[in-house]
Write a protein that binds this ligand. Sequence first.
Ligand code: 5GP
Length: 122
Amino acid sequence: MAYAYDDQNIFARILRGEIPNKTVLETEHSLAFRDIAPQAPTHILVIPRGAYVCFDHFAHAATDAEIVDYVRAVGEVCRMEGLEADGWRLISNAGTNGVQEVPHLHVHILAGRRLGRMLQPA
Ligand code: 5GP
């Protein structure tokens, strides 16, 4: 599937330094920063620096180096934040049914309280 990337999306602007962010981790191919509207005591977004719309796009089009860097960045954030003891959740929304607001791949790392069931009624 061909994904059209909108380079004016908010995370593209964060990557270009046009909008500030609370950075947690920077790597060669990835950036982790705190969500502006946290839904848990720890709510961190991890994004690739490359122009990928969603996880599927990334999985198909990213280089091996980008994929390794991204997966390791997620793990590194969990270690830095000490999340392994009490647990955490990883979410990546995609497209309309996934209720993805920002069309640049991101995973949400959520932790710091009991998060409840994974899905709520729509
Ligand atoms: P989505 O629904 O696309 O999976 O999640 C997008 C997330 O981006 C939301 O949790 C929202 O709070 C967060 N977000 C939107 N705009 C900004 C921003 O300008 N800065 C930061 N740090 N997070 C943002």
